[in-house]
Design a protein around this ligand. Sequence first.
Ligand code: PHE
Length: 385
Amino acid sequence: MNSSFIKIIKNILIYLGIISLTVSNAYSNKSKPTIDVGAVFAMTGPTATFGQESISGIKLALKTINKEGIAGRKIRLILEDNKGEPLESANAVRKLIDMDKVSVVLGAVASSNTLAGAPIAQKAKVPLLTPSSTNPKVTMMGDYISRACFTDDFQGVVMAKFAKETLKKSRAAIIVDNANDYSKGLAKVFRQKFQEFGGTIVSKDDFAYQQKDVDFRSILRRVKRKKPDVIFVPGYYTEVGLILKQAHQMRFNVPFLGGDGWDSPKLQQLAGKEAITGHYLSSHFSPDDSSPKVQNFVKEFKKEYNERPGAMAALGYDATFILANALKNAKNLSREEIKVAINNTKNFSAITGNITINKNRNAVKSAVVLKTTPAGNVFVQKVDP
Ligand code: PHE
């Protein structure tokens, strides 16, 4: 063998060596393929704080999770803005599945949006975990759809009981957002339960408005004529803020009650100082909760964003940790096994409570009742399921 031939062989070996080096590098810790997670949230539009807050919570959780990764693989979030619209939500889920080939989807917040996206995920057999959609129908879409929160069947009972037993009210009016599955569902539960607890609902049909309405005075005039001593408004903060403001201008002097859809700092801004005081909502979490777990989260969140976290931030954070835990426990990272692992979540210690996903893929956990004040919502009581 001559020396030039040996040289060539040697070069080939080095060449191969380099190749094998790059190949092994691609599979070493640093550059293992990511686990792609889709996210569908309202980042713009009338419910933009829902998405913005959720994403703040999700990103904060990912910061911790991605330090180690899932067996060295990092989670990559692919975010789609659904603008708060059902059709946009459906398109976003389809895009994430077809184009981005995500392993799992997080989202949305508003139940009508999740209800539009969930059938697509179910059909494609891609797990979808909503942090915060509470309408009972959401998880009935199939075994790939689960949630990290309680349902409106629970939330509605909590507020009906609070109105009747804690506030000792007996005549309730209900004002519903007719373009909103969440609002209609929650109104129905409240109506039924308030009556079961011995109260009266002042009208056979709920007083109805549509999302994006801005003038509620004619509805409020009709409500006033029925002389309710409490008014239940299971809507979203954009409209509820204006309803509270206009009711105050019309000298309503009864408390208004609502659900988690009120839980946004924008509610305070829209209603204004005078109108916001003395109403109540049910929600998932209170930053006033003295448990060390909650207080550590509040501290971590404040450090990152310079503000107190709301319910959606906490739920976004929790859903991301539930997902990370499921990814760690899954037999493999197929969509099917990820689904199985999410649905097997048991007694998972989270910010919004200890989360067990039950056989209907809903989380069983406590709710909080909060009182509205100009400085933000304050904790009143915790209600266990
Ligand atoms: N639960 C609401 C829904 O299903 C969404 C929501 C969750 C709003 C948490 C505020 C806070 O439509």
